[in-house]
Design a protein around this ligand. Structure first.
Ligand SMILES: C[S@@+](CC[C@H](N)C(=O)[O-])C[C@H]1O[C@@H](n2cnc3c(N)ncnc32)[C@H](O)[C@@H]1O
Length: 271
């Protein structure tokens, strides 16, 4: 197969950084996620991945974030084996392959058309798995998804790229459409937005973080059916013993500052 040329910019280009982070982790001596498909995908893409600004240390952090979100998603699917999964801003993440959901689960990977086109060439659809090529903010994409069973919405590395009004409208539309479900995602607060220039992969991609979420109260106010099940700081996601000593120490110091600790969060909302 000829190498895939990519022409992605801004928030779309950030998917190359997270993909490369997973590949670096998989190639490390003690992988956290061990996503060998990411290594294969990187080999097939004609791009100098060093331009993403991703390092082995940052790759380990990406792998820890993926693993954390995988666990929450797996917990939901264990009790809702008939759920529909909406994997929003999927990029080139192989979460479907990692979680290997039962055949009763309908899984939708959603991202921009050019991302889905690339994704389809690297990771073709499988039984129970479909891709939707659309911006998540053009809410008509939801009409392609049956609304008869609960929905697990997984959005990793996505919501901060949306405008706040668009993000809130997306959450509202999902809650209105499905009989129940869960949202699992990571978010930054307004300090995270102000500090975004310190995030090398985001800076290198030329992406802009827009939506800062200052706590669960802001999220549950979006819809009366929403309630917060978990709000966990990224500094508490665990697994830091797998980081190099300098990275572990800097993470520990940053996490000891209360403002910084809340700047990157994982949320699990139920409806
Ligand atoms: C940081 S990457 C994360 C990709 C993937 N979730 C991962 O963890 O590797 C951000 C992703 O969000 C997607 N994205 C950003 N804004 C979007 C939008 N409005 N609609 C659909 N996808 C969007 C980008 O195309 C990109 O794939």
């Amino acid at each position: 197969m000829a190498p895939e040329k990519v022409q992605l910019s801004e928030e779309k280009a950030t998917l190359l950084a997270t993909l490369y982070g997973r590949a670096l982790d998989a190639r490390s001596r003690r992988p956290i996620l061990g996503d060998d498909l990411a290594v294969e995908a990187v080999k097939k893409i004609d791009f100098d991945f060093r331009r993403t600004g991703m390092s082995p240390a940052l790759g380990a952090a990406v792998a820890l974030r993926d693993r954390f979100i995988d666990r929450w998603a797996a917990e939901y699917l264990a009790t809702h084996p008939d759920a529909t999964v909406l994997h929003l801003g999927c990029g080139l993440d192989t979460r479907f392959h990692r979680l290997a959901p039962p055949p009763t689960v309908r899984w939708y990977d959603v991202d921009y058309p050019d991302v889905i086109e690339l994704r389809g060439r690297l990771f073709p659809e499988r039984p129970g798995h479909r891709m939707i090529a659309s911006s998540v903010t053009d809410l008509t994409w939801l009409e392609q998804v049956p609304d008869d069973v609960p929905a697990l919405v997984v959005a990793e590395g996505l919501l901060y790229y949306l405008g706040p009004d668009d993000g809130r409208a997306l959450l509202r539309a999902v809650v209105d459409r499905f009989p129940g479900g869960q949202f699992v995602f990571d978010a930054v607060n307004w300090l995270g937005i102000r500090l975004q220039k310190l995030n090398r992969p985001v800076r290198k991609a030329g992406a802009t973080l827009r939506w800062g979420i200052d706590g669960p109260g802001e999220l549950v106010a979006i819809h009366p059916r929403l309630r917060c099940v978990s709000a966990v700081s990224a500094f508490d996601m665990g697994g830091f013993d797998r980081l190099s000593a300098p990275h572990r120490i800097s993470t520990w110091i940053a996490g000891a500052l209360p403002g910084v600790k809340r700047s990157a969060m994982f949320y699990r909302l139920e409806f």
